[in-house]
Design a protein around this ligand. Sequence first.
Ligand code: RIB
Ligand code: CA
Length: 310
Amino acid sequence: MTRNIIIDTDPGQDDAVAILLALASPELNLLGICAVAGNVPLPLTSKNARIVCELAGRVDVPVFAGCAAPMARALVTAEHVHGKTGLDGISLPDPQMPLQDRHAVDFLIETLRREPPGTVTLCPLGPLTNIATAFTRAPDIVERVQQIVLMGGAYFEVGNITPAAEFNIYVDPEAAEIVFKSGVDLVVMPLDVTHGALATPARVAAFRQAGRVGPAVASWLEFFERFDTEKYGSEGGPLHDPTVIAWLLQPGLFTGRRINVEIETTGRWTSGMTVADWWGVSGREANALFMGKVEAQGFFDLLTNRIARL
Ligand code: RIB
Ligand code: CA
């Protein structure tokens, strides 16, 4: 039985690898890709999503452009990490496949209203603007969502764009608050997990040998790692977004706990912080399965083996 998913994304090299993993996995039925402004502005994220689909030979996957800015703030982007194009590291042809006419938010609402309740999983890999806008415009769809598995936030690792906040949550904290308070079954892949999933030179070399698409992945990662290796002195860049898809395929690679997570939206220094009650001291109700660790080599073996199939 395949699992219906929608990927909401701001490609981004790591988003691109996540999309490739989903396209290489017959367990998943990718209903569509929703682009959102994040790592780079929307015109680029919606272009990059199509570049990735064409690289995988999957021009059948509909790509929708979504929100160009956060719900209540100015957009913050991350060219310092992903480069000017958002997919720096290798130059790929401009996409020939068209963007869909419908707005991504309309696609989300119409799909969730059409499909039977509890049969569509949302996989946000960027700021939560599209998802939160859909929930606000059509509250009836919230209870129809099977699950949300997202990359965002942090507890022990605290922040990567500010000392207190992870990028996806920081860009649109109001959207994140709507999603985390929605009551939807939520699985969170925070920096605590992704900083344990480092694309070391040996792992990048394995991608370079992984079929037709692997070399492009290796080139993206060799570019993408600069920011983190310089900042953290780590042995490779953290592969954030593919952890979302890997959890759908092999949840046993991950460990975590159900806890309460609140989103800081007003803090002068802490806006966008995920206030994760890892030790259960608040008495607040758990609203998320918050992951803490990943078995890194198993994660990369899965990723490399699947990418090699494309
Ligand atoms: O903080 C990491 C997250 O922000 C990843 O999803 C990356 O692609 C960027 O969107
Ligand atoms: Ca992303």
